[in-house]
Design a protein around this ligand. Sequence first.
Ligand code: PSV
Ligand code: MN
Length: 431
Amino acid sequence: MATKPPLSADQIADLNAKHVNDLDRDYDHLCRQLARRGVDAEAAVAKVAAFSVAIPTWGAGRGGTRFAKFPLAGEPTNIHEKLQDCAVVQQLATVTPRVSPHLPWDTVDDYVGLREEAAELGLGFDAINSNTFQDQAGQPHSYATGSLTSSDAAVRAQAVEHNVECIEIGRKLGSRDLTVWIGDGTNFPGQQDLGRQFDRYLDSASGIYAALPDDWRMLLEHKMYEPAFYSTVIQDWGTSILAAQELGPKAKCLVDLGHHAPNVNIEQIVSRLHRFGKLGGFHFNDSKYGDDDLDSGSINPHQLFLVFNELIEAERNPRDGFDPAYMIDQSHNVTDPIESMLVSAEAIVQCYAKALLVDRDALHDAQDRDDVTMAFQALRRAYTVDVTPIVAKARVEAGGACDVIAAYRASGWRDRKAQERKPVGLGAGIV
Ligand code: PSV
Ligand code: MN
């Protein structure tokens, strides 16, 4: 398995050659425009250069729905190939230096070796995601009745043990967060006692919490519904923060942007969680109806901007600390996953950059004077700026591509992999 970075720096520089003059001109023009408003574009470039978002190993493969998966020639079929594809994303986008693995999907015999392999590709490991939402071959007990909240103590013990094993593996990989999402819930009224089910969750989760190293966090991910369709145990941020408060300071809440009721004010949830020191992380994606799988910023980039606006407010007023784990969590059903991750990373950084351009003094001053129009204008003026040159400038200075999609397509990566990698079978994908 080749473990050097997939593309060479010269290749990327060659691909950039025809864009850099235009980029410099566009960037200078934007700097002058922003300077007239008293906004420092260079400061935004520096912040963007320091920003990063992890990418999910499972996002490197073609996803699917419960109906079908349509494989892509050359898509990765194991963790080693997934790491290579993630390395391509990082080389071109430069803001995705870590991958978030999912166990047991990414199980290997040698995790120390896997960490070295990733490091050679220029990657580290982010939060470990446990999986007790499906049965695995050879597992003694089924999760058909739930996992951490099952009425069967042996099932609960198995689910706790899996999470503890995830922590042990994560230590070898250099992670410091365990993300726990469970699909537990019910499909019928009366199927389970809603209160006792939550009690069982708290009891099992405290068993996992007890195994956390001192510098680790347990990120509790809520989701309104799916796979359970009548009730879900950890269904919203209210239940999530109650559980996190009960468990202790190392337990935080993770907000997956697609896991809320339609039209919920997610930016306000961000603010609330931060207020009580429980904002642990994000799964970025977008959603039109009830899904959680569309590409970040593809449906509602304004919401993403407003979320970043709250994150910047939180960073400026860190209270007991501000260190959320950012990760993309999407299912790429109809695109080349590398292209989706490149475009999504760019959309996320663009919304961050726009939020950086908000004139905070003007915003706070307008808020204090109850000047509604000017408060909204402070946000609108930043949102309408085309920040492409700021984002591209930071990326090119970090050795990445000016035009990420053009560079990726010119690299011929997927066609080469289609020749080398074994084909993927048909079947249902991740829902
Ligand atoms: C559940 O829908 C989720 O958002 C969780 O984060 C899972 O780990 C991930 O998707 C993959 O199924
Ligand atoms: Mn998620």
